[in-house]
Design a protein around this ligand. Structure first.
Ligand SMILES: [Zn+2]
Length: 128
């Protein structure tokens, strides 16, 4: 069971690699969907095609899980360049500010995507 819509399914590893970050794209409205849906949440289309994310995204915000007597756990909410959002983990101990560019690194055994902060090479076009 890969609830997050991440690999593998039979045969997928050959196409996308064993730890790819996969999503579905609706062939009717082009929405990107994460989580292995059977219907598009935007238009209820049934024609969802699997694609493989390039793995680049931006930290949108953090979900905070309070803990008694300790600092809250922070789970980053990441918007991938393809337009879908995931919650995941970061490789860094110190959470970067929202807006920081991140790159997908790998999935944990529990199919949780892990990201690392990414600094764009100097001279590359900046995203808004
Ligand atoms: Zn759709």
């Amino acid at each position: 069971m890969y609830a997050l819509g991440v690999l593998p399914e039979p045969g997928d590893a050959a196409t996308f690699g064993p730890f790819a970050l996969r999503f579905q794209r609706c062939s009717w409205c082009s929405s990107s969907v994460f989580g292995g849906r059977s219907l598009c949440p935007n238009c209820a289309g049934e024609d969802l095609m699997w694609e493989c994310s390039q793995g680049m995204g931006r930290i949108q915000d953090y979900l905070r899980r309070p803990r008694k007597g300790q600092l809250p756990l922070l789970y980053p909410l990441i918007t991938l360049d393809e337009g879908f959002r995931v919650t995941g983990r970061l490789t860094t101990g110190t959470p970067p500010w929202p807006g920081t560019r991140v790159r997908f690194e790998y999935c944990t055994a529990g199919a949780i995507p892990v990201f690392s902060p990414y600094t764009e090479p100097a001279g590359s076009p900046r995203h808004p």
